[in-house]
Every structure is written in C-alpha cells, then in structure tokens.
Ligand binder design. Structure first.
Ligand SMILES: NC(=O)c1ccc[n+]([C@@H]2O[C@H](COP(=O)([O-])OP(=O)(O)OC[C@H]3O[C@@H](n4cnc5c(N)ncnc54)[C@H](O)[C@@H]3O)[C@@H](O)[C@H]2O)c1
Length: 340
C-alpha cells in the first residue's frame, strides 16, 4: 500500500461515510473513518499515523498528535471554528490546516434568528404555560407578561463576518435598529451592509438583543463576563451560536438568576458536553440547543462535497481552498508537494 494515498476521518457527525468511501474507491484512495472525539492522543496517533490527508470534526488536535502523524500533509476541519486545533503545531510540522469557511453560514444564521425570536417571544415559557396551565383551563397570562415586540428594537451583532453579516441581511426587513461591533471588518464592507462599527460596550448598553458571531481568540475568550453582562438592559437577551468559550457561563447564570438580563439562547456551551452543574436546567428564559446550528440536510451534504473537492485537489497537487496557516506554504517543512 506504499504508493496509495490514505485518507482518514478522525471523527464525524454523519450517520455513515459510505458516500465518502465510494468516492475514494473511484480514485484508488484508501479510506478509513473513526470516532476518536473522546479517545486518547495516543489512540488518535496510532489510528492516523499513516494518513496523508485527514479530516477532523471535534477531536482536539494537539502538538503531540501533529508530531505523531508521520505522513500527514493536509488536515481539514469539518466546519468553521478551529479552537480545538493547535494551528502553530500544524505549521511547525509542515502540515496544511484548512477549514470550510463557507460552510453552514445559512444554517447558523437561520438558527441564530430562530433563537432570537424564540427567546425574545418567550417560547419556552409559552410552551410550558400551554402544557401546564391552559390544558387545565387556566388562561391567565400573568405569569408570562411582559413580552415585547421585536420590530424597532435595537439588535446588536458582535462579529459581522460570514455568519453575522448574513444575520444582518436576513433580518433587514424586520425593522430592527442595527448596532454592529466588528473592529476588524473593513469600513467599506460594513457600509455595504448599511452599518458602521460601534464599540462593544455601547452595543451591549443599547441593544435589546445581542447576538454573538465572533471566533474564539485571545481577545474574545471569556470576553462576555459579569461586568459586560451588567452593561446590558434588564429586558435584553443574549444569543450565542458562535463558541461557548466566549461567554463566562457562571457569570451568565448569575446574571440570569439576578435579573441582570432577561434571557439567553445558547447553541454553544463552554463545555460540550456541559458539566453536570450547568445551571440552565429548568430556566424558562433560557433556550439551549446542542451545538446544532450548523446542521441542515442541505448544509450537511454541502460540506461533504466541499471536503471531497479538497481531497480531489490534493490528488492534483493543489492545496485546499481555505488554508488557515497560509505561512506553512513558505515553510521549508511543508510536506505537501504543490504543483504549479
Ligand atoms: N453553532 C454552530 O454550529 C457554528 C457553526 C459554524 C460556525 N460557528 C461559529 O460562528 C462564529 C462565526 O463564524 P463566521 O464564519 O462568521 O466567522 P468569520 O471569521 O467569517 O467572522 C468572524 C467575525 O468576527 C470578527 N471579530 C473578531 N474578533 C472580534 C472582536 N473582538 N470583536 C468583534 N468582532 C470580532 C471578525 O472581524 C470577523 O468579521 C465562529 O465562532 C464559528 O466557530 C458556529
């Protein structure tokens, strides 16, 4: 099997990867798929040591793993965020690391919008009220009040990249006043969206709804803490479909319990799975979904095609489309032979 290209999937969320296997068979690639999300680093290395091309979903890929991957030339992330991958270690070992930057944005934007409406309109409480009270003939709405209209409210978007800007575009016709914080987005691109950059504290202070769409960086890790939550209106809600690590969970629980803010819609969580003491169980003003914003049948198939397209490019000596560690291309350690 010495000259055969080996493609290994480290972990996956699909029912099966029969389609990928067939695609690989067609071009003579040896394909194997594992579920190593909770495996030891040693096991990941043992299973994947001989792979030329790899794909990972949620398994943490550490320096030790990169070091143990004897043949790896390319690692692809099945998704966008890559906070579980030691990108510097990939570069050090000459391995190209790429994500699928254009995947899922429709789906995450739709999910964020669902959480905005459901949380602000108190869907959980209404559902509970219907099941517990209305069926017993109690139509007194006093336990539900107040519910506010969404139109004309201030919608704060933190991070106006692929997903944040799509949320803005999709919500334009609802009559929100938009407050956008993204100091890194070029002014012209913000202008194209019809918005301008507003400092973080001002967005938090003025918004009725704050939706997070930033990556985890040294700057954003835990940046929504008690102090920042305390800037928000008591009637405001926080939506997070970005990454759990950008919000300090214990601070958010405290803020919700003390009525510092009114509610939260969370698709992503500081621990996934969250620890037992995760404080939101039974809170009717919090909607939690299981890091599912990315998913739709359409999005699920789009990304499968995108990854196989990157694999086909690899066979032609071409790098993947969305390289994160672009500096590796200039590195003498680069393991992939790129055809010009
Ligand atoms: N829940 C899910 O299933 C799911 C799926 C895909 C992506 N995501 C997450 O969504 C987030 C956004 O993804 P994207 O594709 O829009 O990314 P992106 O890189 O296109 O956009 C991120 C934006 O955040 C801005 N930003 C960075 N630091 C900032 C800061 N300190 N303050 C304000 N803005 C800042 C950047 O300038 C950029 O415009 C990521 O965290 C990603 O991991 C979640």
């Amino acid at each position: 099997m010495e000259d055969t290209i080996v493609y290994k999937v480290i972990d996956y969320v699909e029912h099966d990867l029969d389609w990928e296997k067939e695609e690989c068979n067609k071009v003579g690639i040896h394909f194997e798929a594992y579920q190593l999300k909770f495996a030891s680093q040693e096991e990941v290395i043992e299973k994947c040591r001989d792979a030329d091309f790899l794909c990972v979903d949620m398994t943490p890929i550490t320096e030790q793993i990169f070091e143990g991957l004897d043949n790896a030339k390319v690692l692809i992330r099945h998704g966008i965020g890559y906070d579980k991958v030691d990108v510097n270690a990939a570069t050090k070992h000459g391995i190209i690391f790429a994500n699928q930057a254009r995947a899922f944005r429709q789906d995450v934007a739709e999910h964020a919008i669902m959480l905005i409406f459901a949380t602000y309109r108190k869907l959980m409480l209404l559902n509970k009220f219907f099941n517990d009270s209305v069926r017993l003939g109690n139509w007194s709405y006093h336990d539900i009040y107040p519910v506010y209209r969404l139109g004309e409210k201030n919608l704060g978007i933190i991070g106006a990249g692929n997903i944040g800007s799509l949320v803005i575009r999709k919500l334009k016709s609802f009559g929100f006043h938009l407050l956008v914080c993204d100091p890194y987005k070029p002014k012209e691109e913000l202008e194209e969206l019809g918005v301008e950059h507003t400092p973080l504290d001002e967005v938090l202070e003025k918004s009725d709804i704050v939706s997070l769409h930033v990556p985890v960086t040294d700057e954003t890790r835990g940046f929504i803490d008690y102090e920042k939550l305390s800037l928000m209106k008591e009637s405001a809600i926080l939506i997070n479909t970005a990454r759990g690590q950008v919000v300090k969970t214990l601070d958010l629980t405290k803020a919700l319990k003390k009525g510092i803010i009114a509610g939260a819609g969370l698709d992503v969580h500081e621990g996934e799975p969250p620890p037992e003491e995760y404080g939101f169980a039974g809170m009717d003003n919090v909607i939690c979904t299981p890091h599912f914003a990315w998913y739709s049948e359409e999005g699920g198939w789009e990304i499968r095609h995108m990854i196989i397209d990157d694999l086909r490019a690899f066979l032609d000596g071409k790098p993947p489309r969305h390289i994160i560690n672009t500096e590796v291309l200039q590195s003498p350690q680069l393991r992939m032979k790129i055809s010009v």
